[in-house]
Ligand binder design. Sequence first.
Ligand code: MN
Length: 272
Amino acid sequence: MNTHQVRSIFLSDIHLGTKACQAENLLDFMKNYSSEYVFLLGDIVDLWSMSRGGVSWTPAQNTFVQKMLRRARHGEKVFFIPGNHDEAMREYVGTSFGDVMVVHEYIHTAADGRKYLLLHGDEFDQVTMHYKWVAILGDMAYNLLVRINIYLSWLRRTFKIHGYWSLAGYAKRKIKTAVNFIFNFEDAVMHHARELGMDGAICGHIHWPAIKEVDGLTYINCGDWVDSCTAIVEHPDGRMELIHWGVAQQTQPLNLPKPKAIETETEAELTV
Ligand SMILES: [Mn+2]
């Protein structure tokens, strides 16, 4: 097997410990990429869902954790930035677990010299910040969509309908409030990165993979491993690439309207 050698791998929102986590897919991706750095940008272990809805810990999820620790032991520099679903880990910022360093925000200098602020991003999600109950409702609705989607994929397999179609992805594309929410989030993250004098930011949290220019800075979102199955890789020359892995490789490219064109509606109810 040909392994791609990249400089860095950025992953977020894996949600280990939940049924929706696509650990097999993720393992397959990791097998194909070796790197100097691995950055885990939050919501890696979903302690929040586990405490509310029970633990779903599969062998593949276990293997992912083992492989990650192994890669760290063998010299890959692995950093973990806790998110809101694993925020209990924020207490351990500054320490390391078996060569995995736990940090809060981290400045990564790419091979081309560009400075990226690495963060999970939940602190820039107005809904999670101010309306905890909306966040919980949104989370339940999202989990429901993901579960229905698991059922739909099973139906498609049973009836041998090829390709992959994501209900949650479809809902995210169609719901105007969700789109509005995403732009608010991106703007807030980029404002923060600009204040710190960065060239860009790499985050997660909203389960919406992206690489784009926002007013001269680069906004990058890793996406997730419950729905999109996406990761960001940094090539040896510093070029950043968004990788769609496995079943989700066939999803449509995102076509978003410009932020200006969005009518203001009620509070966004999508949260992750
Ligand atoms: Mn999050």
